[in-house]
Design a protein around this ligand. Sequence first.
Ligand code: AMP
Length: 396
Amino acid sequence: MSKFSDFNFKGKKALIRVDFNVPLDDKFNITDDTRMTATIPTIKKILGDGGSVILMSHLGRPKDGPTEKYSLKHLIKHLNELLGTEVQFASDCIGEEAMQKAGELKEGEVLLLENLRFYKEEEKGEKAFAERLSKLGDIYINDAFGTAHRAHASTAVIADYFSPDNKMFGLVMNGEVESAEKVLHSAEKPFTAIIGGAKVSDKIMIIENLLDRATDIIIGGGMAYTFYKAMGGHIGKSLCEEDRLQTAKDLMKKAEEKGVCIHLPSDSIIADKFAEDASISSSLSTNIPEGWMGLDIGVMACEMFTKVIHNSKTILWNGPMGVFEMEKFQHGTKAVAIAIAEATENGAFSLVGGGDSVSAINQFGFADKVSYVSTGGGAMLEYFEGKELPGIAAMH
Ligand code: AMP
């Protein structure tokens, strides 16, 4: 695999797998362009060298072939603005039109291909489809970390059709892999992992893998109540996965054996219903009254978690501390975001990932106060679970 920053793209046609799976409103306006802006430096470096660029991506989950709603043509206008150049469009990602337009691209020009997932062959990872895509460019670049955990035609299979010198990661992928590797394999201690969100079942594997690496694991959000119930606490009608009580006990035991400190929220903001207009109160997390549920971590928990975070040299955050989408229950998530920003300012390395923690950090305006914000939700989780991602493995 070649190194992107050392490569001279003069006269080359770079076929880039990007992650332009951005949210659109019902008038096809882009409501969050983070994934598009992330990859602009990769494109500009190639154009600056005197190369040309062919962009391929999926958008949404089309089920039955071409669908107006999922057409990548809705992104052209914004892409033109971001790149400051007129982007060409091929109304099919393979076939004659795509081949001709890619073939005629001149230095500094950009071609956007129609949605890859209009072909079921993409998700099936079909070789013939990957090979047809590969014919569009001289160099293959994977810059789509968000889909790196999928063994699809354009994210993994296609790499086989390029020689080692003619394939590489783009700047987004490099940044993601470097920061994840730093946290996984050369984390300065104390290393605190903050894991939140709704379900223990979604986060078991990441917690297990982190037990061998972190010094402290903070557990917040709905998943904390399964742990408290497993310890014999009264959690009212808080979220609980009854079939994971033993898992929670096992994780606590393993942590103790490995000398990892697990921090649970000692108190909670409780509500009488799951709604913005609920009545609220506070309570110890082990003693939540019948009919009430914990929807955020409490004041004592915020203080305690802040202390642990301030004391850390490496911080990984995945998952909110409460129902941060509702104003009444966002205090805990905000407190954690503030503590991470402060620790980062004092020299810690902080990596934030997972869809909800990224929305939270953006919503609170802290995105530029942490060391790295990951663009990949599922991919990031799988990376930290210790799995090999097909999109990364395919390049080696
Ligand atoms: P996840 O996708 O597993 O990271 O979970 C994120 C979701 O968990 C968010 O939509 C939060 O609103 C939700 N959540 C966080 N804390 C709680 C809680 N205490 N009770 C119910 N849902 C929660």
